[in-house]
Design a binder for this molecule. Structure first.
Ligand code: URA
Length: 214
């Protein structure tokens, strides 16, 4: 990110009452971020760091077990998520819920579900770099607070912004990566599976791997 953008970003963070976000501000400026999920959610729900805040209906912070061992990371809210303020409740969400229940033999309440961006990109477009980078600190803090052992990246956007790796999802899916001592497993996004049912076979393998690691 260019210096000017960075400055603007830091200024906006201050405006939002947030002094420090991991990985962005130098050590000497470090002050405590809320270590409570509820506090973080409050800040996030009032966020105006990027222009997605102008078109959103609701911020979709994330939901599930605040002590989950397994955390799913999607790309960003769609229409239903924007309407309800809840992640993965539309068509793709129904498929994800089915996989959680039928393959992992868990419930949505056992896991935590979040996204790279917390506000819906208009027309479900892929979030821009600026949108993803300005929103990412919320996700990183969620990960720190929830402290899951396994992070499942649903699709390329989640993988790319979590690990700063720009690789096709078909190349990385089903492999085990690492983020700060946690296992990261990328797999196909459920929306992709809805459009490409033949990829479900590979996704099934990925979820069996995830199950075996729990
Ligand atoms: N797609 C996503 O990436 N996230 C959601 O919450 C819903 C659909």
């Amino acid at each position: 990110m260019k210096n000017l953008m960075k400055l603007k970003y830091l200024y906006k963070l201050k405006e939002a009452g947030v002094e420090y976000f991991e990985g962005f501000v130098s050590e000497d400026k470090k002050v405590d971020m809320p270590n409570e999920l509820k506090e973080l959610e409050k800040i996030c729900k009032n966020c105006t760091l990027c222009d997605l805040s102008k078109t959103r209906t609701n911020v979709v912070f994330g939901e599930g077990n605040p002590k989950a061992k397994l955390m799913f990371i999607g790309e960003g809210p769609g229409e239903m998520e924007d309407k309800t303020g809840r992640p993965f409740v539309g068509r793709a969400g129904k498929l994800l819920t089915k996989i959680i229940e039928n393959v992992l033999e868990l419930t949505r309440e056992d896991v935590y579900i979040a996204n790279i961006v917390k506000c819906r990109p208009p027309n479900n477009r892929v979030p821009s770099i600026e949108e993803a980078e300005s929103c990412k600190p919320y996700l990183l803090k969620q990960i720190e607070i929830i402290n899951p052992e396994i992070l499942v990246c649903l699709g390329k956007t989640a993988f790319m912004y979590l690990l700063n790796e720009n690789l096709p999802i078909s190349r990385v899916r089903g492999q085990i990566f690492e983020y700060k001592g946690r296992k990261v497993i990328p797999t196909y996004h459920p929306s992709f599976l809805l459009r490409n049912p033949s990829a479900k076979k590979e996704a099934y393998k990925d979820f069996l791997l995830i199950k075996s690691m729990l």
